[in-house]
Design a protein around this ligand. Structure first.
Ligand code: GLN
Length: 308
C-alpha cells in the first residue's frame, strides 16, 4: 500500500463524508449513546512498518460495543480452542443481531459469536473459574496490549445505561440458560457483557488494537495464527450480522461493526483499519463507516474478491 497516496485519499474520503446528507440514525436503545453527535467521523490505518495515518475525529473516544466481541472471541479461543464451538455456531445470521427467534430456532446454540446471543455465551465461557472483575481485567489487559496503550478503560455509565434498558439481552440470556447454554447467573454474565461492550476507545486505538488480526503487531502474534484465521473468517461472514453479505459485496474484507458506529477492518499482512461514524443503517452498522470503507476498498483494490 502506497503510504504517500494514502493521506490525500483519506483526506478526500473525510471531506466527502462531511458532505453526505444522510448520516444514518444514532443508536438510541442505549440511552447513553443517543446523545452522540452524528457529525463525527474518523478513520485510522496501521501499516506493517509501524506507521499510522488518521483523519477526522480519530482521537475522540467512542463506545466500541460489538467490536469488543472480536477480542472476547480471541481470548475464548485461546482458552478453549475448538471446544469453544460446542456452544456457539459459525454460520451467518439471517435475523437482526439481537434476535430471540433465531436462537430459539437453533435450540439455544447461537448462530455465531458476533450476534448478541453468541457474544453473551462467549462472555459466559470466560467467566468459568473467574469473577466478573477478573474477567473484565483480562479483557482490558488484552485490549491494552493489542493497542499498545494503557489508557483504555470501560465507561461505567454506558454499561449501567445498557443494564437498565437491555431487556432484549436479558431475554437472550434467560433463553440461553433455559437451554443449558449459560453456566452463570444471567445478571453475572450480562453485567460482564455490558461492561466489555462499554469499552471506550479512539479510532486510533482501535486501529492499533486490530493489528494482531492482520499479523502486523509489533510484539509478534498475540494469539495462535490458526485462531487469527478463524476470527477473520467469522468477521468476513458474520461481522455485520444480517448485513454481512452486503458488506462483503461492497467492501470485501473481514470486518466487525458495533452500534457505537465503529468498524474494525482487517487486511491480513497489510493493514488494520478503524472507522467511526455514529449514524447506523437498518442493520445497525455504521452507514458512513461502510461508505468510507467502500471507497477506500475500491480506490486501492482491497477487496479479497478482486483480481486487480
Ligand atoms: N451492547 C450492544 C447490545 O448488546 C451491542 C450490540 C452491537 O453493537 N451491535 O445490544
Amino acid at each position: 500500500m502506497n503510504f504517500d497516496a494514502l493521506r490525500p485519499l483519506l483526506d478526500d474520503i473525510c471531506a466527502r463524508m462531511a458532505a453526505m446528507p444522510d448520516r444514518g440514525t444514532v443508536a438510541s436503545y442505549i440511552p447513553e449513546l443517543a446523545c452522540i453527535d452524528p457529525a463525527r467521523f474518523a478513520m485510522s490505518i496501521c501499516l506493517p512498518d509501524g506507521r499510522q495515518i488518521s483523519v477526522g475525529d480519530a482521537k475522540v473516544e467512542f463506545s466500541i460495543q460489538s467490536v469488543s466481541k472480536v477480542f472476547t472471541l480471541a481470548i475464548a479461543l485461546g482458552r478453549y480452542g475448538d471446544r469453544f464451538w460446542s456452544r456457539v455456531g459459525r454460520e451467518p445470521s439471517t435475523h437482526v443481531f439481537n434476535s430471540v427467534q433465531e436462537l430459539e430456532a437453533r435450540e439455544g446454540i447461537p448462530p455465531n459469536p458476533f450476534v448478541n446471543s453468541g457474544a453473551i455465551a462467549t462472555t459466559d465461557s470466560l467467566l468459568v473459574g473467574a469473577t466478573p472483575k477478573e474477567t473484565l481485567a483480562e479483557i482490558v489487559r488484552f485490549m491494552r496490549q493489542a493497542a499498545s496503550d494503557d489508557a483504555i478503560f470501560i465507561d461505567p455509565q454506558v454499561a449501567a445505561s445498557e443494564k437498565e434498558t437491555g431487556d432484549r439481552n436479558w431475554a437472550l440470556a434467560y433463553f440461553l440458560r433455559s437451554c443449558g447454554n449459560l453456566r452463570h447467573d444471567c445478571a453475572l454474565t450480562l453485567g460482564t457483557y455490558f461492561h466489555h461492550c462499554a469499552l471506550a476507545m479512539t479510532c486510533e486505538q482501535l486501529a492499533r488494537a486490530g493489528r494482531f488480526l492482520a499479523g502486523i503487531h509489533p510484539d509478534g502474534n498475540l494469539i495462535a495464527p490458526g485462531h487469527i484465521r478463524s476470527i477473520n473468517a467469522l468477521m468476513m461472514t458474520c461481522g455485520h450480522y444480517n448485513g454481512s453479505g452486503e458488506f462483503a459485496y461492497r467492501v470485501g474484507v473481514p470486518a466487525k461493526s458495533g452500534v457505537g458506529g465503529g468498524i474494525l477492518a482487517v487486511l491480513p499482512n497489510r493493514a488494520s483499519i478503524a472507522v467511526w461514524s455514529p449514524g447506523l443503517d437498518r442493520y445497525g452498522n455504521s452507514l458512513l463507516g461502510t461508505q468510507a470503507l467502500e471507497i477506500l476498498s475500491q480506490d486501492l483494490g482491497l477487496s479479497m474478491f478482486s483480481i486487480t
